[in-house]
Design a protein around this ligand. Structure first.
Ligand code: AMP
Length: 428
């Protein structure tokens, strides 16, 4: 098989890493790829969100299968363009990708199909209406920009002044671009978050192993939100009873709802959940794999990824083919100084001291090659990933490797995989 992977972050490096292990895979292209992917696939300098350029490239090289990593190509209609040409691709249609591309669409979908989620106060397309509505909400309130805002569109406002400031920046100053034209207000949910990701061909589905990510930049969940500072996976995250509740109250109603709405959803569906006292509730849908959850999930993969993804593209997923290594995995993200704010690129990365540590893989995210040398090229630079028999072993392996990597300004959290209750118990 010849496979085209779209995207250039840690998630895509993880996909390429696992595809590359397969004897079925003869060639991989990655657009645009990164400094680590370049060692395993042919990187092509095309922006993953540029539908016509990707179609033109695929026309030239005719991949047997295309796998979409990030959301932008989906929201821009790339999969529709491929399917019109009968080209095999993994990823939902533009219509289905609105589950991620429009928070209002997704909220209305959840309400229509009676799927548990935070109560919505309303949707607003003018700041004046939003300010008025803020007079009758409970605090803190969650404000969500409707469209894609590169992870900056959700704000948990503690009080009126903070809420007004956010609405003003989003709706009047357009700081987040067109994604902020409309907003919604919803109640704040309390609990622990859990990422539940399924792979579906529109009819059948298979859950991936459960993961939890860590969004804040500093230890103890301090500092601003990021794209994700690390993730881990153990089966303990999802006891059988909870798995069953999620299946019955969330996953299956979602798939039924999509079918009732005439949307055939094919690809990965990421369901962000809050485990509240009154049961799991949907925080968000993403129409793709999470990053860095993918790194932790794929570290536990024990099946032929290329074959299963071809099956999905052909509408014949066999869920029994998805097998997972028992135990646990972890991914710790190494970032540039200043991230998620301003940071500098171009710092030389020294990986020579890592050597080979059994079970550890250093996946690249924001890197590029200058000659033979990898340099930083993004906020999230590397994802040190390992699977092991226990979570403690996986964490020891990733932290052992991370401490041997050097680049100027390197930062990482030291508490990935530490359960919040364990943190509290430790007096942190
Ligand atoms: P979203 O993109 O909608 O998942 O929002 C990003 C993050 O904001 C989530 O992962 C949660 O941490 C938080 N969040 C979103 N909605 C809520 C809510 N209703 N209550 C509490 N936290 C929320």
């Amino acid at each position: 098989m010849k496979i085209l992977v779209l995207g250039g972050g840690g998630r895509e490096h993880a996909l390429v890493w696992k595809l590359k292990e397969s004897p079925l895979v003869e060639k991989i292209w990655c657009a645009p790829g990164n400094g680590g992917i370049a060692a395993e696939a042919e990187c092509v300098a095309i922006d993953a969100g540029d539908v016509s350029a990707i179609v033109a490239f695929a026309e030239k090289v005719l991949p047997d299968l295309t796998i979409v990593g990030p959301e932008l190509p989906l929201v821009n209609g790339l999969t529709d363009a491929f399917r019109q040409r009968n080209w095999a691709i993994v990823g939902p249609s533009q219509q289905a990708a609105q589950l991620e591309g429009s928070k209002i669409f997704s909220k209305e979908f959840l309400a229509r199909h009676h799927i548990p989620t935070a109560k919505m106060y309303g949707t607003y397309d003018s700041s004046a209406d939003a300010y008025k509505a803020l007079n009758s909400v409970a605090w803190p309130v969650v404000i969500k920009a409707d469209g894609l805002c590169a992870g900056k569109g959700v704000f948990l406002a503690p009080d009126f002044a903070a809420a007004k400031d956010f609405v003003e920046r989003v709706m009047e100053k357009n700081e987040l671009g067109p994604g902020g034209k409309r907003i919604l207000l919803e109640e704040t949910l309390e609990g622990e978050e859990l990422s539940f990701i399924i792979l579906t061909d529109g009819a059948r589905y298979a859950p991936l192993v459960p993961t939890r990510d860590h969004k804040r930049v500093f230890d103890g969940n301090q500092g601003p939100n990021t794209g994700g500072m690390g993730a881990y996976s153990t089966d303990e995250l999802l006891p059988d009873e909870l798995r069953e509740t999620i299946r019955l109250t969330i996953v299956e109603p979602t798939l039924r709802g999509l079918a009732e709405d005439g949307i055939r959803y094919q690809g990965f569906l990421y369901i962000g959940l809050m485990l509240t006292n009154s049961g799991p509730k949907v925080l968000e849908f993403n129409c793709r794999l999470g990053d860095p959850e993918t790194q932790a999930i794929l570290a536990r993969l024990d099946f032929e990824l290329a074959e299963v993804l071809s099956d999905v593209a052909a509408g014949r997923l066999d869920p029994s083919k998805l097998r997972w290594k028992p135990g646990a995995s972890a991914c710790v993200v190494l970032t540039s100084r200043g991230y998620p704010g301003k940071f500098e690129n171009g710092k030389r990365i020294d990986l020579t001291t890592v050597g080979h540590i059994t079970g550890v893989t250093v996946l690249h995210a924001g890197t590029r090659l200058v000659g033979e040398t990898a340099v930083t090229n993004g906020g999230r630079v590397l994802g040190v990933t390992a699977a092991a028999a226990t979570l403690d072993d996986a964490l020891a392996a990733v932290y052992g490797a991370a401490s041997r990597i050097r680049f100027e300004g390197m930062h990482y959290r030291k508490d990935i995989g530490v359960h919040p209750t364990r943190l509290k118990a430790a007096g942190d």
